[in-house]
Design a protein around this ligand. Structure first.
Ligand SMILES: Nc1ncnc2c1ncn2[C@@H]1O[C@H](COP(=O)(O)OP(=O)(O)O)[C@@H](O)[C@H]1O
Ligand SMILES: [Mg+2]
Length: 426
């Protein structure tokens, strides 16, 4: 059983006295008043803190060299920090509420900025861009700016916060660097062209030298054959005359005449050979096939190296420059085979194909040492022979290939020939 409520006890009294009605209504009021005061104090404090924060923000943003600002939905300035105001030469109250058009930005730039602000509001994403700008005060430069969305409670973009950095110096350095790079590229280009030009003239020069050498050899060969050869013939006729009177001489005289006759015949043969090697008259008169045949015959006889020649019987004629080039290549290769290869046989093939002549000279000797081959292929050609061949071929627009190992060497020279020429010559 619950106990009945007892009479007021000491616990229900204030300072030992029982409560009155008045006191009962006063208490909540006082409480409410106290609460009101407290919340007023809190609001005051909050207001103070807010003001303080905004002052701190203002002071902070005004002491950085970058421009900081806030824009509303219409692209009007809500806040502008001091450096940007200084750039414009305006007071805060003259700038707040204005847009880029009001602030006399160049029309095109104002339109672009306005559009970008709208983009940030719509896409809720920030953006970065660059622009050149000169303020009405005359100050200005090249700027990089960033627009960022400031979100409200419902996730909408309330404002756009912007910051702008002066990158004039950066741009200047960048431009200087770019200029320097362009300048360098131009110089490299010029130098390359100069080197190419020098190479070209060197090549032309060496081609001309080869031609001059060919002409010289042809002239010398003719000279030897015609003038020296004629004189030798005259001498041998004279000696023959003397030898018919040899009985009038003593033994020493008679022997000398006989010996002279033999010597003069030798000289005559020698001069003919030298003259033909210098420039086989057959090359001009009868063409490559006959000249190669003649040369190979003499070569095999002198060197004991068997040479097979593979050339179509109806090879025909080519322009003299090409015939000389092909002949000289064969001559140089056979000389190399004799001097360096140790091979006892060689094969020459001269084939006319679509638009080109291919000359192949092969031996089965010891091959070109690897280091030399490397240098030859890297165009640091060691010998005069290969270099001459390469130059000759380059001048004719042809190419040169060298394959060599312990089993032998193959030289392949390709000379382009106009198809029309091939048809009429070959
Ligand atoms: N058929 C070959 N077999 C072996 N070695 C060769 C042959 N042809 C050329 N060589 C090597 O390549 C070098 C370069 O040849 P070349 O340019 O004709 O110069 P050269 O004959 O004046 O030495 C020769 O010195 C020789 O060592
Ligand atoms: Mg040689």
């Amino acid at each position: 059983m619950r106990k009945r409520p007892s009479k007021p006890t000491k616990r229900n009294t204030v300072a030992g006295r029982p409560k009155t009605n008045r006191r009962r209504t006063e208490r909540p009021l006082a409480k409410a008043a106290r609460r009101l005061k407290e919340s007023e104090q809190k609001a005051d404090e909050l207001r103070f803190r807010l003001e303080q924060q905004s002052r701190v923000l203002d002071v902070t943003l005004s002491h950085i060299s970058d421009f900081a600002y806030i824009l509303d939905r219409d692209g009007r300035f809500v806040f502008v920090n001091q450096p940007l105001l200084d750039l414009w030469g305006l007071k805060l109250e003259d700038a707040v509420g204005k847009n880029f058009f009001d602030l006399n930005y160049p029309r095109e730039l104002a339109e672009r900025l306005q559009k970008q602000i709208q983009t940030v509001f719509e896409t809720k994403a920030g953006l970065t861009d660059e622009t050149e700008y000169t303020s009405p005060t005359g100050a200005g430069g090249y700027y990089e700016y960033i627009f960022r969305p400031v979100f409200g409670r419902k996730g909408h973009v309330d404002l756009v916060a912007g910051s702008t950095r002066d990158i004039t110096e950066h741009k200047r350095v960048e431009r200087e660097l770019q200029d320097a790079r362009t300048d360098l590229e131009r110089k490299v280009h010029e130098r390359t062209a100069e080197v190419r030009h020098a190479n070209e003239s060197l090549r032309n020069l060496s081609a001309r030298l080869l031609n001059i050498r060919d002409d010289e050899a042809r002239r010398l060969a003719r000279e030897l054959h015609d003038s020296v050869g004629q004189m030798i013939t005259a001498i041998s006729i004279n000696i023959a005359t003397v030898s018919s009177e040899v009985h009038k001489l003593d033994k020493r005289g008679a022997d000398a005449v006989t010996e002279n006759l033999t010597l003069i015949n030798e000289i005559s043969k020698e001069i003919r050979t030298i003259s033909y090697l210098l420039h086989p008259p057959l090359l001009d008169e009868l063409g490559l096939q006959t000249a190669v045949g003649w040369y190979v015959g003499g070569f095999s006889e002198r060197s004991n190296i068997r040479v097979d020649v593979d050339m179509a019987p109806d090879f025909g004629r080519l322009p003299s420059e090409l015939e000389t080039a092909a002949f000289r290549i064969v001559q140089e290769c056979l000389t190399n085979i004799h001097r360096h290869s140790g091979s006892d046989r060689a094969r020459i093939a001269i084939v006319a194909e679509a638009g080109r002549i291919v000359v192949t000279v092969q031996d089965w000797g010891k091959g070109i040492p690897a280091d030399k081959l490397l240098r030859v292929n890297a165009e640091g050609l060691p010998g005069v022979g290969f270099r001459g061949m390469t130059e000759r071929l380059r001048h004719l627009g042809g190419s040169f290939r060298l394959e060599s190992d312990g089993t032998g060497t193959i030289v392949t020279a390709t000379i382009p020939v106009a198809k029309s020429l091939l048809r009429s010559y070959v």
